[in-house]
Design a protein around this ligand. Structure first.
Ligand code: IPM
Ligand code: MG
Length: 383
């Protein structure tokens, strides 16, 4: 039986990037065996403006029973209801109890970081996703998850360090709980390196010394903020994927971190990489580690060649950037025979390719300078 994937392209650039994400997924699943059956749902601003509905109940029931949800973006300037995004995206996160929000930031290519001396950045923000600061279990389970993730990453050659980020010096009642749980969790896992930072110091350290971070575990709002900061350190919102999962029920919603960028919709300039990498996270969640790794390797190879949209240093369209990934996939597949999937891990066990500048690519020129400048224009199409 194939996995049933509910697709919500959503608003703005959402449909364009999801279309490319599905192209890449379809290509990979032909070869790695994870059968996926996509069903697209007409949810989003158009429907809301037409009918007043955000998620009709029968559709909610279908989404609930799907094996995974693949979502583009939510947000449209024509919708004045300030609760619209909450009624769509946050409702799914809360009511499906997708309490882990995994937001990896890995430097895809040298020069994509705006930082001068960042040789390697490869971290994951583990964001508490159902806002449970006042419910003990919300804090306990997310911290335990982060320690387990750090353990797995350590086996894969990462540092395996947990940084717990809160604001317990000011939010005494809510965040003292984070402190108490952290004390217990680090006792349970003495072999894992663990540290604590207040959120203001964590923001500063992310810019100053991003290489010190491996797994950052934090509350919903701080995770929202720090994950945007971390993604800009490695190439911007356009390339950032995210997974909203419940490790017990195995439900999951996979989406790029970026928003709907309505101004850029329909122009073919949006970066599909965030959506493509979110598709890889979905495959991994469904047990196809091989397929997920192939997509990630292909994205990284295309990024290093600057066969990307403008925000990552290239000059390709949305479709062109996805095609570059597809071509790389073909090469990766023909050079590596298929290995059996090893199912359901929460992170890759491979040692990642070194992200530091490689002399052959950098030379004396810095080919990514233009990309960084482009991203920093307020109207960029990254997200
Ligand atoms: C995100 C977004 C959402 C959030 C918004 C759209 C409600 O910023 O996914 O990071 O705050 O979680
Ligand atoms: Mg956000």
């Amino acid at each position: 039986m194939p996995f049933r994937i509910a697709v919500i392209p959503g608003d703005g650039i959402g449909p364009e990037v999801i279309e490319q994400g599905i192209r890449v997924l379809e290509e990979v699943i032909q070869h790695t065996g994870a059968g996926l059956q996509f069903k697209t749902y007409d949810l989003g601003a158009e429907r809301y403006l037409r009918t007043g509905e955000v998620i009709p109940e029968p559709i909610f029931a279908e989404l609930q029973s799907a094996d995974a949800i693949y979502l583009g973006a939510v947000g449209d300037p024509r919708v004045k209801d300030p609760q619209y995004a909450a009624r769509l995206l946050l409702r799914l996160r809360f009511e499906l109890d997708l309490w882990v929000n995994l937001r990896p930031s890995r430097l895809l290519a040298p020069g994509l970081t705006p930082l001068r001396d960042a040789a390697s950045i490869d971290l994951v923000v583990v964001r508490e996703n159902t806002e449970g600061a006042y419910v003990g279990i919300g804090v306990e389970r997310i911290q335990r998850y982060a320690f387990e993730l750090a353990r797995q990453r350590r086996q894969a050659g990462h540092r395996g360090r947990v940084t717990m980020v809160d604001k317990s010096n000011a939010l005494y009642h809510a965040h003292d709980l984070w402190q108490r749980v952290f004390a217990l969790e680090r006792q349970r896992a003495p072999e894992i390196e663990a540290e604590h930072l207040f959120v203001d110091a964590a923001a500063m350290q992310l810019v100053k010394d991003p290489g010190r971070f491996d797994v950052i575990v934090t509350s919903n709002m701080f995770g929202d903020i720090l994950s945007d900061l971390a993604s800009e350190l490695v190439g911007g919102l356009g390339q950032a994927p995210s997974a909203n999962i419940n490790p017990e029920t195995r439900r999951g919603l996979f989406e790029p971190v970026h928003g709907s960028a309505p101004k850029h919709a329909g122009k073919g300039i949006a970066n599909p990489v965030g959506a493509i990498l979110a598709g890889a996270m979905m495959l991994r969640h469904l047990g196809d580690e091989v397929g997920a790794n192939q997509i990630e390797d292909a994205v990284m190879a295309a990024a290093r060649e600057r066969r990307t949209t403008k925000d990552l240093g290239g000059d390709l369209t949305t479709t062109g950037a996805a095609e570059a990934v597809l071509q790389r996939l073909e090469r990766i597949r023909s050079s590596s025979a298929r290995q059996p999937g090893d199912g359901g891990r929460i992170t890759s066990r491979r040692r990642p390719p070194r992200a530091g500048p490689s002399p052959d690519l950098l030379g004396s020129e810095d080919p990514w300078k233009e990309a960084r400048r482009h991203r920093h224009r307020p109207d960029h199409a990254g997200g």
